[in-house]
Design a protein around this ligand. Structure first.
Ligand code: FES
Length: 71
């Protein structure tokens, strides 16, 4: 579904970026290659981003996000 008609950004594009750690609608638009034009979509775009949990970052270099034991 299109969220931003000015830039043709879709909800799926925003969700993917949110999962990668982009948590701001304006930053997501920049990553997609555009700037907000009319701005009507920004609050809804931010709601979509806020609803997606970001990936858990690796806390140690070389560490896996897996909780499985490797013994
Ligand atoms: S609809 Fe997104 S900037 Fe206009």
């Amino acid at each position: 579904m299109y969220i931003c008609l000015c830039n043709q950004h879709r909800d799926g594009d925003l969700r993917k970026l949110a999962q990668k750690g982009i948590r701001c609608a304006r930053a997501a638009y920049q990553a997609l290659g555009g700037e907000p034009q009319c701005g009507r979509c920004l609050s809804f775009a931010q709601q979509i981003i806020d609803a997606i949990p970001a990936e858990t970052p690796n806390l140690l270099p070389g560490a896996s996000n897996s909780l499985a034991a490797s013994d």
